[in-house]
Design a protein around this ligand. Structure first.
Ligand SMILES: C[S@@+](CC[C@H](N)C(=O)[O-])C[C@H]1O[C@@H](n2cnc3c(N)ncnc32)[C@H](O)[C@@H]1O
Length: 302
């Protein structure tokens, strides 16, 4: 069966009547996206899958979706499966997105954590699904504004994403000037100019962060505990059972009393609800005494 034409065929879409997209092709893509990334591609996403992956076909010089499916299913398909994920999800992010979570950090979580670090204790924050970096850098700026010596203590931020290309951007940490607008004026001191129209992240913030590739639906080479986990606007791509498992795994890795911040359209549901109490807009605190207290922390293998 061929793919139905959209009602407004224009630009890239003009090719649609020539490139077949069968039910079987869609199933191969949807099954792989679920197996490898937990991505929930329901039939309602079929148009989106077609138009986003049509661009990949062009880049790769492939004739049709059958060839594309053969590539992503084959032994040399790893890179293209990653590119497929990038094409099907969005990396949209910005500095101090959902500011209420940073307020919670400043006012509730960080005072105690900074005290712990100053007394020689270990503090770990995880930005899971960090995209191009504004989220972990915003976390670092917030920490540094309250604890300038953080890098000389055992206070660290782990920033992970499944997409190797977006991680390269995050590590480079170079942004167009107009992305600076989300950063409160007082925090501009943690940034530096990177030439005309660009800025970058200063050393103090970089020193706090370790970047690594990590697929949230696979095994995690980390053992925690974390005191804060930000996983925002990532689980939205997963189906409900995958989301439920994710919340429970975060609960297991969080210290008693630790905070979990999730995206504006996400909710902790399922068995993990018992591990958390809601403490703000899409913010949760792990109940003390429930879940596994993980004894050690290793950085993810790169
Ligand atoms: C919309 S961005 C969210 C960025 C940031 N957390 C924020 O809220 O601004 C979603 C990110 O989730 C990542 N992602 C999607 N599936 C993932 C998975 N299975 N494991 C880890 N990261 C994933 C994508 O690569 C993308 O960078």
């Amino acid at each position: 069966m061929s793919f139905p034409l959209p009602s407004t065929p224009q630009g890239d879409d003009r090719m649609q009547d020539r490139i077949k997209f069968s039910d079987a092709d869609f199933k191969v893509i949807a099954d792989l996206a679920m197996r490898d990334f937990g991505l929930n591609l329901t039939s309602a996403k079929r148009d989106l899958v077609y138009s986003r992956l049509l661009k990949r076909l062009r880049v790769l010089g492939l004739e049709d979706f059958r060839e594309y499916c053969a590539l992503i299913s084959g032994p040399n398909g790893t890179d293209e499966r990653n590119a497929m994920l990038s094409a099907l999800t969005t990396n949209v992010t910005h500095f101090f997105r959902e500011e209420h979570h940073f307020k919670l950090l400043r006012e509730v979580a960080l005072p105690g954590l900074i005290k712990t670090a100053k007394e020689g204790g270990r503090v770990r924050i995880w930005s899971a699904g960090c995209s191009a970096g504004p989220e972990p850098y915003s976390l670092a700026f917030t920490v540094l504004s309250m604890f300038p010596e953080a890098a000389r203590s055992n206070f660290r931020i782990l920033a992970t994403d499944v997409d190797p290309e977006i991680l390269k951007k995050a590590e480079a940490g170079i942004y167009p000037e107009d992305e600076r607008k989300g950063i409160p004026e007082a925090f501009n001191r943690f940034t530096e100019s990177a030439g005309p129209g660009k800025f970058t992240i200063g050393r103090a913030a970089r020193e706090l962060i370790t970047f690594g590739r990590l697929n949230l639906i696979e095994d995690w080479p980390i053992s925690g505990p974390f005191q804060v986990i930000f996983c925002r606007n990532v689980a939205i791509y997963f189906d409900k059972p995958t989301q439920s498992r994710l919340w429970a795994r975060f609960g297991d890795l969080l210290s008693p009393g630790g905070h979990l911040c999730i995206g504006h359209s996400e909710r902790v549901l399922g068995p993990a609800e018992q591990m958390f109490k809601a403490v703000g807009i899409t913010a949760y605190q792990r109940h003390p005494g429930i879940g596994r207290g993980a004894p050690s922390f290793e950085e993810p293998k790169k």
